[in-house]
Design a binder for this molecule. Structure first.
Ligand SMILES: Nc1ncnc2c1ncn2[C@@H]1O[C@H](COP(=O)(O)O)[C@@H](O)[C@H]1OP(=O)(O)O
Ligand SMILES: [Mg+2]
Length: 463
Protein backbone atom coordinates (compact mmCIF):
# COMPACT_ATOMS: atom_id res chain seq x y z
CA UNK A 1 0.00 0.00 0.00
CA UNK A 2 1.11 3.48 -0.61
CA UNK A 3 2.39 4.92 2.62
CA UNK A 4 1.75 8.27 1.13
CA UNK A 5 -0.29 11.25 1.47
CA UNK A 6 -3.91 11.20 2.43
CA UNK A 7 -4.26 10.19 6.05
CA UNK A 8 -0.95 10.47 7.81
CA UNK A 9 -2.33 9.48 11.19
CA UNK A 10 0.51 7.39 12.38
CA UNK A 11 0.53 6.97 16.10
CA UNK A 12 2.81 9.16 18.14
CA UNK A 13 4.09 5.97 19.74
CA UNK A 14 5.62 3.92 16.96
CA UNK A 15 6.19 0.24 17.38
CA UNK A 16 9.35 -0.87 19.12
CA UNK A 17 9.07 -4.05 17.17
CA UNK A 18 8.66 -2.69 13.67
CA UNK A 19 10.88 -4.73 11.44
CA UNK A 20 10.68 -3.90 7.76
CA UNK A 21 12.36 -7.11 6.69
CA UNK A 22 9.78 -9.02 8.67
CA UNK A 23 6.88 -7.12 7.26
CA UNK A 24 7.80 -6.99 3.61
CA UNK A 25 6.12 -10.26 2.90
CA UNK A 26 2.76 -8.93 4.02
CA UNK A 27 1.00 -8.07 0.81
CA UNK A 28 -0.83 -5.27 2.55
CA UNK A 29 -2.06 -3.63 -0.58
CA UNK A 30 -5.48 -3.28 -2.15
CA UNK A 31 -5.20 -5.78 -4.95
CA UNK A 32 -8.68 -5.49 -6.32
CA UNK A 33 -8.92 -1.75 -6.65
CA UNK A 34 -9.33 -0.11 -10.00
CA UNK A 35 -5.82 0.99 -10.82
CA UNK A 36 -5.42 4.75 -10.52
CA UNK A 37 -3.33 6.80 -12.90
CA UNK A 38 0.13 6.88 -11.50
CA UNK A 39 3.06 9.12 -12.20
CA UNK A 40 5.68 7.26 -14.22
CA UNK A 41 8.27 5.87 -11.84
CA UNK A 42 11.71 7.33 -11.76
CA UNK A 43 13.80 4.52 -13.30
CA UNK A 44 16.84 5.72 -11.35
CA UNK A 45 15.15 5.24 -7.98
CA UNK A 46 15.72 1.50 -7.90
CA UNK A 47 19.34 1.97 -8.97
CA UNK A 48 19.87 4.35 -6.08
CA UNK A 49 18.81 1.44 -3.88
CA UNK A 50 15.79 3.05 -2.24
CA UNK A 51 14.27 0.65 0.22
CA UNK A 52 10.51 0.16 0.11
CA UNK A 53 8.88 2.00 3.01
CA UNK A 54 8.04 -0.31 5.90
CA UNK A 55 4.42 -1.31 6.27
CA UNK A 56 2.87 0.51 9.22
CA UNK A 57 2.81 -1.94 12.13
CA UNK A 58 3.83 -4.59 9.62
CA UNK A 59 5.32 -7.03 12.13
CA UNK A 60 2.31 -6.68 14.43
CA UNK A 61 -0.06 -7.16 11.54
CA UNK A 62 1.62 -10.33 10.43
CA UNK A 63 1.47 -11.86 13.91
CA UNK A 64 -2.11 -10.65 14.50
CA UNK A 65 -3.39 -12.18 11.25
CA UNK A 66 -1.59 -15.43 11.99
CA UNK A 67 -2.94 -15.53 15.55
CA UNK A 68 -6.53 -14.78 14.55
CA UNK A 69 -6.48 -17.35 11.75
CA UNK A 70 -4.98 -20.04 14.00
CA UNK A 71 -7.54 -19.33 16.72
CA UNK A 72 -10.40 -19.26 14.19
CA UNK A 73 -9.35 -22.64 12.83
CA UNK A 74 -9.13 -24.02 16.34
CA UNK A 75 -12.71 -22.83 16.94
CA UNK A 76 -13.86 -24.45 13.72
CA UNK A 77 -12.34 -27.75 14.73
CA UNK A 78 -13.92 -27.58 18.20
CA UNK A 79 -17.26 -26.88 16.60
CA UNK A 80 -17.06 -29.99 14.48
CA UNK A 81 -16.53 -32.15 17.57
CA UNK A 82 -18.44 -30.07 20.10
CA UNK A 83 -19.99 -32.05 22.92
CA UNK A 84 -22.34 -30.79 25.52
CA UNK A 85 -20.00 -31.47 28.42
CA UNK A 86 -17.62 -28.91 27.03
CA UNK A 87 -19.70 -25.87 27.79
CA UNK A 88 -19.55 -24.26 31.20
CA UNK A 89 -21.60 -21.57 32.81
CA UNK A 90 -19.68 -18.43 33.76
CA UNK A 91 -20.92 -16.28 36.62
CA UNK A 92 -23.01 -14.33 34.14
CA UNK A 93 -24.39 -17.63 32.75
CA UNK A 94 -22.98 -17.00 29.31
CA UNK A 95 -21.67 -20.19 27.80
CA UNK A 96 -17.94 -20.58 27.69
CA UNK A 97 -16.46 -23.40 25.73
CA UNK A 98 -13.11 -24.98 25.44
CA UNK A 99 -12.79 -23.03 22.24
CA UNK A 100 -12.74 -19.70 24.14
CA UNK A 101 -9.92 -20.98 26.34
CA UNK A 102 -8.08 -22.61 23.44
CA UNK A 103 -8.36 -19.51 21.26
CA UNK A 104 -7.17 -17.19 24.04
CA UNK A 105 -4.24 -19.54 24.73
CA UNK A 106 -2.97 -19.64 21.14
CA UNK A 107 -3.38 -15.90 20.53
CA UNK A 108 -1.73 -14.91 23.80
CA UNK A 109 1.09 -17.42 23.28
CA UNK A 110 1.87 -15.93 19.86
CA UNK A 111 1.69 -12.36 21.14
CA UNK A 112 3.97 -13.16 24.09
CA UNK A 113 6.45 -14.88 21.79
CA UNK A 114 6.74 -11.97 19.36
CA UNK A 115 6.01 -8.99 21.60
CA UNK A 116 6.95 -10.09 25.12
CA UNK A 117 6.71 -6.59 26.53
CA UNK A 118 3.16 -5.96 25.38
CA UNK A 119 0.43 -6.52 27.96
CA UNK A 120 -2.89 -8.07 26.93
CA UNK A 121 -6.47 -7.29 27.89
CA UNK A 122 -8.22 -10.59 27.18
CA UNK A 123 -11.74 -11.67 28.01
CA UNK A 124 -11.13 -15.00 29.72
CA UNK A 125 -9.29 -16.09 32.85
CA UNK A 126 -8.37 -19.65 33.83
CA UNK A 127 -10.35 -19.79 37.10
CA UNK A 128 -13.20 -22.02 35.85
CA UNK A 129 -10.88 -24.12 33.71
CA UNK A 130 -8.59 -24.91 36.65
CA UNK A 131 -11.55 -26.44 38.51
CA UNK A 132 -12.21 -28.85 35.66
CA UNK A 133 -9.40 -31.30 34.79
CA UNK A 134 -11.40 -32.91 31.95
CA UNK A 135 -11.84 -29.60 30.17
CA UNK A 136 -8.23 -28.65 30.88
CA UNK A 137 -7.10 -31.85 29.19
CA UNK A 138 -9.34 -31.12 26.20
CA UNK A 139 -7.95 -27.59 25.85
CA UNK A 140 -4.42 -28.98 26.17
CA UNK A 141 -4.97 -31.43 23.31
CA UNK A 142 -6.60 -28.78 21.18
CA UNK A 143 -3.84 -26.26 21.68
CA UNK A 144 -1.08 -28.80 21.17
CA UNK A 145 -2.76 -29.70 17.89
CA UNK A 146 -2.04 -26.23 16.52
CA UNK A 147 1.11 -24.86 18.21
CA UNK A 148 4.66 -25.57 17.00
CA UNK A 149 6.06 -27.02 20.22
CA UNK A 150 3.90 -28.77 22.82
CA UNK A 151 3.01 -26.89 26.01
CA UNK A 152 1.86 -28.03 29.44
CA UNK A 153 -1.46 -27.43 31.13
CA UNK A 154 0.26 -25.01 33.55
CA UNK A 155 1.49 -22.99 30.58
CA UNK A 156 -2.06 -22.93 29.23
CA UNK A 157 -3.31 -21.38 32.47
CA UNK A 158 -0.43 -18.91 32.40
CA UNK A 159 -1.09 -17.90 28.78
CA UNK A 160 -4.81 -17.44 29.42
CA UNK A 161 -4.11 -15.34 32.52
CA UNK A 162 -1.62 -13.14 30.69
CA UNK A 163 -4.76 -11.44 29.40
CA UNK A 164 -5.41 -9.87 32.80
CA UNK A 165 -4.00 -6.40 32.05
CA UNK A 166 -6.07 -3.48 33.30
CA UNK A 167 -5.76 -1.34 30.16
CA UNK A 168 -5.56 2.44 30.35
CA UNK A 169 -4.52 5.54 28.44
CA UNK A 170 -0.74 5.11 28.43
CA UNK A 171 1.46 2.84 26.35
CA UNK A 172 0.47 0.02 24.08
CA UNK A 173 -1.47 -3.18 24.73
CA UNK A 174 -3.43 -5.80 22.84
CA UNK A 175 -7.07 -6.57 23.47
CA UNK A 176 -8.60 -9.92 22.61
CA UNK A 177 -12.05 -11.44 22.43
CA UNK A 178 -11.17 -15.09 21.73
CA UNK A 179 -14.75 -15.79 20.71
CA UNK A 180 -17.08 -12.86 20.40
CA UNK A 181 -20.63 -14.15 20.18
CA UNK A 182 -20.22 -17.42 22.09
CA UNK A 183 -23.96 -17.95 21.80
CA UNK A 184 -23.74 -17.63 18.01
CA UNK A 185 -20.86 -20.11 18.03
CA UNK A 186 -22.91 -22.64 20.00
CA UNK A 187 -25.88 -22.15 17.67
CA UNK A 188 -23.68 -22.67 14.61
CA UNK A 189 -24.24 -19.09 13.51
CA UNK A 190 -21.99 -16.04 13.51
CA UNK A 191 -19.06 -15.55 15.88
CA UNK A 192 -15.70 -13.83 15.61
CA UNK A 193 -12.14 -13.91 16.91
CA UNK A 194 -11.23 -10.26 17.51
CA UNK A 195 -7.80 -8.78 18.19
CA UNK A 196 -6.74 -5.14 18.35
CA UNK A 197 -3.68 -3.13 19.28
CA UNK A 198 -4.30 -0.01 21.36
CA UNK A 199 -1.59 2.67 21.62
CA UNK A 200 -2.03 5.54 24.07
CA UNK A 201 -5.77 4.91 24.21
CA UNK A 202 -6.25 4.79 20.42
CA UNK A 203 -6.92 1.66 18.40
CA UNK A 204 -4.14 1.37 15.80
CA UNK A 205 -4.67 -2.12 14.40
CA UNK A 206 -7.65 -4.46 14.22
CA UNK A 207 -8.14 -7.98 12.89
CA UNK A 208 -11.41 -9.92 13.00
CA UNK A 209 -11.84 -13.53 11.91
CA UNK A 210 -15.43 -14.56 11.12
CA UNK A 211 -15.34 -18.30 10.36
CA UNK A 212 -19.02 -18.62 9.43
CA UNK A 213 -19.50 -15.32 7.59
CA UNK A 214 -20.00 -15.79 3.85
CA UNK A 215 -17.27 -14.03 1.90
CA UNK A 216 -20.05 -12.57 -0.21
CA UNK A 217 -23.35 -12.06 1.60
CA UNK A 218 -25.18 -12.09 -1.75
CA UNK A 219 -24.00 -15.66 -2.10
CA UNK A 220 -24.86 -17.11 1.32
CA UNK A 221 -24.20 -20.67 0.15
CA UNK A 222 -20.77 -19.78 -1.17
CA UNK A 223 -17.42 -19.75 0.59
CA UNK A 224 -17.43 -18.96 4.32
CA UNK A 225 -14.66 -17.48 6.42
CA UNK A 226 -14.07 -13.73 6.20
CA UNK A 227 -11.06 -11.98 7.70
CA UNK A 228 -11.18 -8.19 8.21
CA UNK A 229 -7.99 -6.18 8.67
CA UNK A 230 -7.23 -2.50 9.30
CA UNK A 231 -4.41 -0.29 10.52
CA UNK A 232 -5.04 3.34 11.35
CA UNK A 233 -4.71 5.61 8.36
CA UNK A 234 -4.20 2.78 5.89
CA UNK A 235 -7.68 1.56 4.98
CA UNK A 236 -9.64 -1.60 5.68
CA UNK A 237 -9.34 -4.90 3.86
CA UNK A 238 -10.98 -8.27 3.59
CA UNK A 239 -9.52 -11.64 2.67
CA UNK A 240 -10.75 -15.19 2.89
CA UNK A 241 -9.38 -17.82 5.27
CA UNK A 242 -7.73 -19.59 2.34
CA UNK A 243 -6.60 -16.88 -0.07
CA UNK A 244 -4.18 -14.23 1.22
CA UNK A 245 -5.21 -11.76 -1.47
CA UNK A 246 -6.51 -8.58 0.15
CA UNK A 247 -9.50 -6.63 -1.16
CA UNK A 248 -10.03 -3.08 -0.05
CA UNK A 249 -13.46 -2.61 1.49
CA UNK A 250 -15.65 0.48 1.71
CA UNK A 251 -18.85 1.28 3.56
CA UNK A 252 -22.11 1.49 1.61
CA UNK A 253 -22.48 4.34 -0.85
CA UNK A 254 -25.75 5.86 0.32
CA UNK A 255 -27.02 9.40 0.59
CA UNK A 256 -29.74 8.82 3.16
CA UNK A 257 -30.36 6.17 5.78
CA UNK A 258 -33.59 5.16 4.04
CA UNK A 259 -31.49 3.67 1.22
CA UNK A 260 -29.85 1.13 3.48
CA UNK A 261 -30.55 -1.45 6.18
CA UNK A 262 -29.28 -1.81 9.73
CA UNK A 263 -27.87 -4.68 11.72
CA UNK A 264 -28.16 -5.51 15.40
CA UNK A 265 -27.63 -8.28 17.98
CA UNK A 266 -29.56 -11.52 17.83
CA UNK A 267 -29.91 -11.25 21.62
CA UNK A 268 -32.57 -8.73 22.63
CA UNK A 269 -30.90 -8.59 26.05
CA UNK A 270 -27.74 -7.14 24.45
CA UNK A 271 -29.40 -4.41 22.39
CA UNK A 272 -32.95 -3.11 22.45
CA UNK A 273 -34.54 -4.43 19.28
CA UNK A 274 -37.77 -2.57 20.01
CA UNK A 275 -36.02 0.80 20.10
CA UNK A 276 -33.84 -0.04 17.11
CA UNK A 277 -37.06 -0.69 15.17
CA UNK A 278 -38.36 2.72 16.26
CA UNK A 279 -35.13 4.38 15.13
CA UNK A 280 -35.35 2.56 11.80
CA UNK A 281 -38.92 3.78 11.44
CA UNK A 282 -37.78 7.39 12.00
CA UNK A 283 -35.16 6.86 9.32
CA UNK A 284 -37.77 5.45 6.93
CA UNK A 285 -35.91 2.18 6.64
CA UNK A 286 -38.24 -0.53 5.38
CA UNK A 287 -39.64 -2.52 8.31
CA UNK A 288 -38.29 -6.01 8.81
CA UNK A 289 -35.12 -5.48 6.75
CA UNK A 290 -32.80 -5.41 9.78
CA UNK A 291 -30.08 -8.06 9.86
CA UNK A 292 -29.61 -9.80 13.19
CA UNK A 293 -26.27 -11.45 13.80
CA UNK A 294 -24.01 -12.17 16.73
CA UNK A 295 -20.56 -10.70 17.36
CA UNK A 296 -18.32 -8.13 15.71
CA UNK A 297 -19.23 -9.68 12.36
CA UNK A 298 -21.69 -6.76 12.37
CA UNK A 299 -18.81 -4.29 12.08
CA UNK A 300 -17.41 -6.32 9.18
CA UNK A 301 -20.76 -6.34 7.45
CA UNK A 302 -21.03 -2.54 7.77
CA UNK A 303 -17.39 -2.03 6.72
CA UNK A 304 -17.90 -3.90 3.46
CA UNK A 305 -21.20 -2.19 2.73
CA UNK A 306 -23.67 -5.06 3.20
CA UNK A 307 -25.49 -2.90 5.75
CA UNK A 308 -25.18 0.85 6.27
CA UNK A 309 -25.79 0.93 10.03
CA UNK A 310 -25.02 -1.04 13.21
CA UNK A 311 -27.18 -0.13 16.21
CA UNK A 312 -26.41 -1.29 19.74
CA UNK A 313 -29.02 0.27 22.00
CA UNK A 314 -28.43 -0.23 25.74
CA UNK A 315 -30.96 -2.34 27.62
CA UNK A 316 -29.49 -1.52 30.98
CA UNK A 317 -28.01 1.59 32.54
CA UNK A 318 -25.39 -0.40 34.42
CA UNK A 319 -23.88 -2.64 31.74
CA UNK A 320 -20.45 -1.53 30.50
CA UNK A 321 -19.38 -2.70 27.05
CA UNK A 322 -15.98 -4.40 27.03
CA UNK A 323 -13.11 -2.95 25.01
CA UNK A 324 -12.40 -6.31 23.34
CA UNK A 325 -15.97 -6.34 22.01
CA UNK A 326 -15.50 -3.19 19.92
CA UNK A 327 -11.85 -2.17 19.39
CA UNK A 328 -11.08 -4.09 16.20
CA UNK A 329 -14.55 -3.57 14.74
CA UNK A 330 -14.54 0.18 15.32
CA UNK A 331 -11.22 0.67 13.51
CA UNK A 332 -12.27 -1.53 10.60
CA UNK A 333 -15.47 0.46 10.07
CA UNK A 334 -13.68 3.82 10.42
CA UNK A 335 -10.95 2.79 7.99
CA UNK A 336 -13.61 1.64 5.52
CA UNK A 337 -15.15 5.13 5.57
CA UNK A 338 -17.58 4.89 8.46
CA UNK A 339 -18.10 6.74 11.72
CA UNK A 340 -18.50 5.00 15.09
CA UNK A 341 -19.81 6.69 18.25
CA UNK A 342 -21.95 5.77 21.20
CA UNK A 343 -25.68 6.57 21.26
CA UNK A 344 -24.94 10.06 22.55
CA UNK A 345 -22.47 10.79 19.76
CA UNK A 346 -19.33 10.42 21.89
CA UNK A 347 -16.30 8.65 20.42
CA UNK A 348 -15.65 5.25 21.99
CA UNK A 349 -12.98 5.68 24.68
CA UNK A 350 -10.54 2.75 24.81
CA UNK A 351 -8.22 4.41 27.30
CA UNK A 352 -10.17 4.02 30.53
CA UNK A 353 -9.63 0.39 31.43
CA UNK A 354 -11.12 -2.94 30.42
CA UNK A 355 -14.55 -1.50 29.71
CA UNK A 356 -15.99 1.39 27.74
CA UNK A 357 -17.23 2.99 30.92
CA UNK A 358 -17.49 6.45 29.34
CA UNK A 359 -19.86 5.23 26.64
CA UNK A 360 -23.36 3.87 26.19
CA UNK A 361 -24.19 1.62 23.27
CA UNK A 362 -22.91 2.01 19.72
CA UNK A 363 -24.02 3.77 16.54
CA UNK A 364 -21.82 2.81 13.58
CA UNK A 365 -22.69 3.96 10.09
CA UNK A 366 -21.43 5.06 6.72
CA UNK A 367 -19.97 8.54 7.32
CA UNK A 368 -22.53 10.29 5.12
CA UNK A 369 -25.53 9.11 7.14
CA UNK A 370 -24.05 8.84 10.64
CA UNK A 371 -25.36 12.23 11.81
CA UNK A 372 -28.84 11.41 10.53
CA UNK A 373 -28.84 8.04 12.32
CA UNK A 374 -27.54 9.57 15.54
CA UNK A 375 -30.20 12.28 15.44
CA UNK A 376 -32.93 9.63 15.07
CA UNK A 377 -31.42 7.57 17.90
CA UNK A 378 -31.31 10.60 20.18
CA UNK A 379 -34.91 11.49 19.31
CA UNK A 380 -36.16 8.01 20.14
CA UNK A 381 -34.06 7.62 23.29
CA UNK A 382 -34.71 11.19 24.53
CA UNK A 383 -38.37 10.33 25.05
CA UNK A 384 -37.18 7.59 27.40
CA UNK A 385 -35.07 9.14 30.12
CA UNK A 386 -32.96 7.12 32.50
CA UNK A 387 -35.07 6.35 35.56
CA UNK A 388 -32.35 5.46 37.98
CA UNK A 389 -33.45 1.91 38.68
CA UNK A 390 -30.71 0.42 36.62
CA UNK A 391 -32.76 0.43 33.43
CA UNK A 392 -32.38 3.07 30.77
CA UNK A 393 -35.21 4.62 28.80
CA UNK A 394 -37.70 4.54 31.60
CA UNK A 395 -40.31 6.84 30.02
CA UNK A 396 -43.85 5.66 29.45
CA UNK A 397 -43.06 3.91 26.18
CA UNK A 398 -39.47 3.20 27.21
CA UNK A 399 -40.42 1.07 30.19
CA UNK A 400 -42.67 -1.04 28.01
CA UNK A 401 -40.04 -1.34 25.28
CA UNK A 402 -37.26 -2.37 27.61
CA UNK A 403 -39.55 -4.68 29.58
CA UNK A 404 -40.47 -6.37 26.31
CA UNK A 405 -36.78 -6.88 25.39
CA UNK A 406 -35.88 -8.13 28.84
CA UNK A 407 -38.88 -10.51 28.93
CA UNK A 408 -38.02 -11.84 25.47
CA UNK A 409 -34.42 -12.40 26.54
CA UNK A 410 -35.52 -14.19 29.72
CA UNK A 411 -37.97 -16.40 27.80
CA UNK A 412 -35.19 -17.34 25.40
CA UNK A 413 -32.82 -18.24 28.24
CA UNK A 414 -35.52 -20.52 29.73
CA UNK A 415 -36.22 -22.15 26.36
CA UNK A 416 -32.47 -22.75 25.83
CA UNK A 417 -32.11 -24.30 29.29
CA UNK A 418 -35.14 -26.56 28.77
CA UNK A 419 -33.82 -27.70 25.38
CA UNK A 420 -30.45 -28.43 26.92
CA UNK A 421 -32.01 -30.46 29.72
CA UNK A 422 -34.24 -32.39 27.31
CA UNK A 423 -31.26 -33.21 25.16
CA UNK A 424 -29.33 -34.49 28.17
CA UNK A 425 -32.27 -36.69 29.18
CA UNK A 426 -32.57 -38.04 25.63
CA UNK A 427 -28.89 -38.84 25.59
CA UNK A 428 -29.10 -40.69 28.89
CA UNK A 429 -32.07 -42.74 27.64
CA UNK A 430 -30.28 -43.43 24.35
CA UNK A 431 -27.15 -44.52 26.22
CA UNK A 432 -29.20 -46.89 28.39
CA UNK A 433 -30.94 -48.37 25.35
CA UNK A 434 -27.71 -48.88 23.45
CA UNK A 435 -26.06 -50.33 26.52
CA UNK A 436 -28.94 -52.77 26.91
CA UNK A 437 -28.71 -53.72 23.25
CA UNK A 438 -24.96 -54.02 22.71
CA UNK A 439 -23.56 -54.54 26.15
CA UNK A 440 -21.75 -51.29 26.82
CA UNK A 441 -21.27 -47.84 25.41
CA UNK A 442 -20.40 -44.39 26.67
CA UNK A 443 -22.62 -41.39 26.74
CA UNK A 444 -19.95 -39.47 24.94
CA UNK A 445 -20.15 -41.77 21.92
CA UNK A 446 -23.86 -41.08 21.75
CA UNK A 447 -23.29 -37.35 22.09
CA UNK A 448 -20.78 -37.48 19.26
CA UNK A 449 -23.16 -39.20 16.92
CA UNK A 450 -26.15 -37.09 17.94
CA UNK A 451 -24.20 -33.84 17.57
CA UNK A 452 -22.56 -34.79 14.32
CA UNK A 453 -25.58 -33.92 12.25
CA UNK A 454 -26.75 -30.47 13.38
CA UNK A 455 -23.26 -29.22 14.20
CA UNK A 456 -21.31 -31.05 11.52
CA UNK A 457 -18.91 -29.39 9.10
CA UNK A 458 -21.23 -30.22 6.23
CA UNK A 459 -23.66 -27.44 7.06
CA UNK A 460 -20.78 -25.04 7.58
CA UNK A 461 -22.60 -23.51 10.54
CA UNK A 462 -25.70 -22.42 8.69
CA UNK A 463 -27.59 -19.48 10.11
N1 LIG B 1 -26.67 -6.39 28.79
C1 LIG B 1 -25.81 -6.40 27.80
N2 LIG B 1 -25.76 -5.37 26.93
C2 LIG B 1 -24.90 -5.34 25.91
N3 LIG B 1 -24.02 -6.34 25.64
C3 LIG B 1 -24.02 -7.40 26.46
C4 LIG B 1 -24.90 -7.49 27.58
N4 LIG B 1 -24.66 -8.65 28.21
C5 LIG B 1 -23.65 -9.25 27.54
N5 LIG B 1 -23.26 -8.51 26.48
C6 LIG B 1 -22.17 -8.77 25.53
O1 LIG B 1 -22.62 -8.98 24.25
C7 LIG B 1 -21.62 -9.71 23.57
C8 LIG B 1 -22.14 -10.33 22.31
O2 LIG B 1 -22.57 -9.29 21.51
P1 LIG B 1 -23.60 -9.51 20.33
O3 LIG B 1 -24.96 -9.59 20.96
O4 LIG B 1 -23.42 -8.32 19.48
O5 LIG B 1 -23.23 -10.77 19.68
C9 LIG B 1 -21.19 -10.71 24.59
O6 LIG B 1 -19.87 -11.10 24.36
C10 LIG B 1 -21.33 -9.97 25.90
O7 LIG B 1 -20.09 -9.47 26.31
P2 LIG B 1 -19.47 -9.74 27.76
O8 LIG B 1 -19.84 -11.14 28.14
O9 LIG B 1 -18.02 -9.56 27.50
O10 LIG B 1 -20.05 -8.70 28.67
MG1 LIG C 1 -16.02 -13.75 24.13
Amino acid sequence: MSESTKRPRRSSAPSKYEDPSDSEDIPFAPVEQTPKKQKPRNPNAAKRGRKPKPVYLGAELKVAVDAVLTASRLCQSVFKTLVQDESLAKDDKSPVTVADFGAQTVVNALLLKHFPEDPIVGEEDSEALKQNPVLSERVLNLVNGVVESPITVEEIYRHIDSGNYAGGAQGRFWTLDPIDGTKGFLRGEQYAVCLALVVDGKVELGVIGCPNLPVDLDNPDGERGSLFIATRGHGAFQRTFIDEKLSKIKTAKVKTASETIFCESVESGHSSQTEAAEIAQHLKIAAGTGKRMDSQCKYGVVARGDAGIYLRIPTSDTYEEKIWGHAAGMLIVEEAGGVVTDVEGKPLDFGVGRTLKNNKGVVAATARIHAEVLEAAKKVLRTKPVNGDGQVNGGATGTAAVAKDVLEAAAKEVADAVAEQQQQQQLEVAAMMVEAAVGSTTEETIVDSVMAEPFGAENGGQN
